[in-house]
Design a protein around this ligand. Structure first.
Ligand code: SIN
Ligand code: NI
Length: 258
């Protein structure tokens, strides 16, 4: 499938790409207009109202931190336009430096005054992937997201740490129990305006503050993987039941090339 939107593609400055390769994250301002953000945010809230991952576990610690709905581009033509946005896909490819395909997207919302940060973690250990050196996620702010509403923080260079297990993203000490030295590393916090994007490598340690405001915080996240990524055989909601063999390339209509 081709990306659905075709704006003029704005190339990224070389120093921004170099910064991403060094630090494992970067910010790009102004992907979306205010009107586009309002449309996508309303659609995300409608979709989360309809259903979300842990809808039947209202007391869950995870759901208190994040209301999540996965693979929404399959359910909503409006969100498919955003997930497959040509400019977003072009930036992700330029940053990763190799051809990519979609892994999945998800809406990540925090309820008003949810009192629960998303604690430091790497993303890649959650995924059933092998041969995936340059996974990259785009986190798109659909409204202004200052620190108080739960913007993202990153630990520069942490994408070079391989082989860590997955950690509980409601446990502030989880990642640091695996690598205590990370607790002393500088952190970079990036407030975003509506329509801005942060990109991070799948192994860059990141967190988001709790939402201390009276509005839902709504972000849309799109995750891309190298086209050579193969299935590790471990369980994941996107691949469970899809009959991939261990070692098989993750390809097909669920994982369009971008
Ligand atoms: C969040 O949006 O709160 C966390 C995002 C992430 O873990 O990628
Ligand atoms: Ni994450």
């Amino acid at each position: 499938m081709q990306p659905a939107t075709a704006p003029n593609v704005r190339p990224l400055p070389a120093d921004l790409v170099a910064g991403y390769r060094r630090d494992g994250f970067c910010v790009v301002r102004g992907l979306l207009s205010a009107d586009a953000c309002a449309e996508y945010r309303a659609e995300c809230l409608r979709l989360c109202e309809e259903n979300d991952l842990l809808r039947n576990q209202p007391g869950s610690k995870y759901r208190a931190a994040l209301i999540q709905r996965v693979n929404v581009w399959r359910d909503s033509p409006v969100i498919a336009r955003l997930t497959l946005h040509r400019q977003l896909c072009a930036w992700a490819t330029a940053l990763a430096g190799e051809p990519l395909r979609l892994w999945h997207d998800h809406i990540l919302a925090k309820a008003p005054r949810n009192g629960a940060p998303t604690e430091f973690h790497q993303d890649q250990p959650y995924w059933p992937h092998r041969d995936s050196a340059q996974p990259i996620s785009a986190w798109i702010a659909l409204q202004d997201v200052p620190v108080e509403r739960g913007c993202m923080s990153f630990i520069p260079g942490s994408q070079r740490l391989t082989g860590l297990g997955s950690t509980d993203l409601t446990d502030a000490g989880g990642l640091f129990a695996l690598r205590p030295e990370l607790a002393m590393e500088p952190r970079v916090t990036i407030p975003l305006r509506a329509g801005d994007v942060t990109f991070h490598h799948g192994r860059t340690a990141h967190r988001a503050n709790a939402n201390d405001t009276d509005e839902y915080r709504v972000a849309h996240t799109v995750i891309y993987m190298p086209r050579t990524t193969t299935y590790s055989g471990t369980g994941h909601c996107i691949t469970d039941g899809q009959n991939f063999a261990t070692g098989q390339v993750l390809s097909g209509e669920l994982f369009p090339e971008i």
